[in-house]
Design a protein around this ligand. Structure first.
Ligand code: NAD
Length: 308
């Protein structure tokens, strides 16, 4: 059987596939046209977020039995069309949760202790000791929007900082809230009472721009918001307005509508002094990538065995 890999995964995973006697081709960063012309030869494809598996690709994939997405989020795959053609779609959403949760605390601590300014001023040979008074996290209220895989990991780690936890989720998550000593509340309450808000929902019709002007205007002027979910969950123009007009104190952003940001106002947002921005690195740790590679290879192998 032949497997095509079009986005890099951990080499150990690829070794495992070859050790099972599978014919593996690695073709990274190939254009969509090329993918369409070669996909016909493969029984499985393994991708990450870059490769788009569209209807056209699926129509050309005469032998394809399984699409493996290393990581989380299936927005780059036409999943329902693939399933209608009898192609299995597997992913490894659990592989990256710890890495994303840890990044959330990096943002929080950077904001609370003004680490970005402290570091850059030192490099400029300035000693700003008195301007860099920060805040403690202890006793603050952390609002988690979406208590799924990542949200719960954030909550577990938050316990060590002795913060009060509020959760908003469309599901009844009272059982999970019991475990982490959190209170499930309406979104309105979370917005009004949190010192830090961190977003962990998927991008859906309902969550598109779920944080806009109305929601930002309800937050405390001292509050910060962190988005490591998907850019379009937050109305970024409204966020820029909120930051410029001092409705909130800051933001930590790992995800954007355009990646990389291209429009002038998007550049203004990432350049804002109270914004810490990173290029979608939530899952970019060696451990998460290793885990994702191993898990996706096993999931693809299972599906290929079942298809025989
Ligand atoms: P998950 O599916 O495990 O959890 C999502 C939670 O959101 C669930 O509890 C669900 O009930 C809740 N939810 C869904 N719709 C909602 C709504 N309308 N209102 C309130 N709650 C709602 O997802 P996860 O694995 O925790 O991932 C969370 C997000 O993080 C996703 O958007 C994912 O794409 C993103 N992510 C980003 C990175 C990164 O590199 N920055 C890495 C991994 C995941």
């Amino acid at each position: 059987m032949r497997i095509l890999i079009t986005d890099p995964i951990d080499p150990e995973g690829i070794k495992l596939l070859r050790s099972k006697g599978l014919d593996v081709d690695e073709k990274y960063a190939i254009p969509q046209e090329e993918l369409r012309s070669i996909i016909t030869n493969y029984d499985a494809i393994i991708i990450r977020s870059r490769t788009k598996i569209t209807r056209e690709i699926i129509d050309a994939a005469k032998l394809l039995k399984v699409i493996g997405r290393a990581g989380v989020g299936l927005d780059n795959i036409d999943v329902s069309y693939a399933i209608s053609k009898g192609i299995k779609v597997v992913s490894t959403p659990e592989a990256t949760s710890t890495s994303v949760a840890e990044l959330v605390f990096a943002y929080i601590l950077c904001h609370y202790r003004k680490l970005v300014k402290a570091n850059s001023s030192m490099k400029d040979r300035k000693w700003l000791k008195h301007e860099l008074t920060g805040n403690e996290l202890r006793g603050k209220t952390l609002g988690i929007i979406g208590l799924g895989r990542i949200g719960i990991e954030v909550a577990r780690r938050a316990k060590a900082f002795e913060v009060k936890l509020l959760v908003y989720d469309i599901r009844d998550v009272s059982k999970e809230c019991g475990e982490i000593n959190a209170l499930q509340v309406p979104l309105e309450t979370l917005l009004e009472e949190s010192d830090i808000i961190t977003i962990h929902v998927p991008l859906t019709k309902e969550t598109y721009h779920m944080i806009g002007e109305r929601e930002l205007s309800k937050m405390k002027r001292t509050a910060i918001i962190i988005n490591t979910s998907r850019g379009e969950v937050v109305d970024e123009k409204a966020l820029l307005k909120a930051l410029n007009e001092g409705w909130i104190a800051g933001a930590g952003l790992d995800v954007f509508k355009h990646e990389p940001p291209i429009e002038e106002w998007e550049i203004e947002l990432i350049s804002h002094p109270n914004v810490i921005a990173t290029p979608h690195i939530g899952a970019s740790t060696k451990e998460a990538q290793r885990r994702a590679g191993y898990l996706i290879v096993n999931a693809v192998l299972n599906e290929l065995i079942k298809s025989k």
